[in-house]
Design a protein around this ligand. Sequence first.
Ligand SMILES: N[C@@H](CCC(=O)N[C@@H](CS)C(=O)NCC(=O)O)C(=O)O
Length: 246
Amino acid sequence: MAYELHYWPTIQGRGEFVRLALEAAGAPYVDVARGRVSQGQGMAAMQQYLQDESMPRPPFAAPFLVDGKLAVAQTAAILLYLGPRLSLVGKSEADRLWTHQIQLTIADLVTEVHDTHHPVGTSLYYEDQKPEARRRAQDLLKNRVPKFLAWFEAILQRNPRNAGKDVPHLVGARLSYADLSLFQLVEGLCYAFPKGAGRALKMAPQVLALHAGVQRNRPVAAYLASERRIPFNEQGIFRRYPELDR
Ligand SMILES: N[C@@H](CCC(=O)N[C@@H](CS)C(=O)NCC(=O)O)C(=O)O
């Protein structure tokens, strides 16, 4: 049975962290909201879950994954669930917990990036919060992105399994969903803030090496070159507003 991924059909957004894991593992999945209405898919199929008042454990927001009778929301929880099933996480409890911690930390930065264009309110237009957005982005690029990247760099350097390797991994010696997510984070930062993130990434050579390694991964490279990979745009989380990239 194919996994059902439910996410907004026109953006990478948070759904992309799940798409990358499914694609890297070659797992069968349906990107439901991008599918055909005639096949019971499309946006209506996703909205049905969000609005179904009879569901005892409804998702609060997309992305969510449906696997048979189970529906799991929250990006990091979806990956916690998929990790062992897709062989994208170590076997020990310590490895699984560490991978989950890294994923939650990535999610924290994703939220901070989102808040650069919506610092006052998610329900308000960007155009109605531009001065605040500029201040927020300035702090993100000056302080927050360098701090997060320094932590990713440090944990890559401290992973003993990376010694002498060209392609480092965040956990152990194999590709994990956290590696895929860090790749996506770097992609997003470089799209949204080519100047500010570019400067910060110069201080994080291991992060850049991981990014290059994931980009060369065969299923990931095939996915990135396919139509399934939605281009970044200004409706997603990583938005290119030059005025925010000072
Ligand atoms: N913490 C959640 C955030 C989920 C979330 O904010 N989803 C957005 C799209 S990326 C959404 O559909 N939000 C609707 C809402 O918050 O009302 C996660 O990591 O999955």
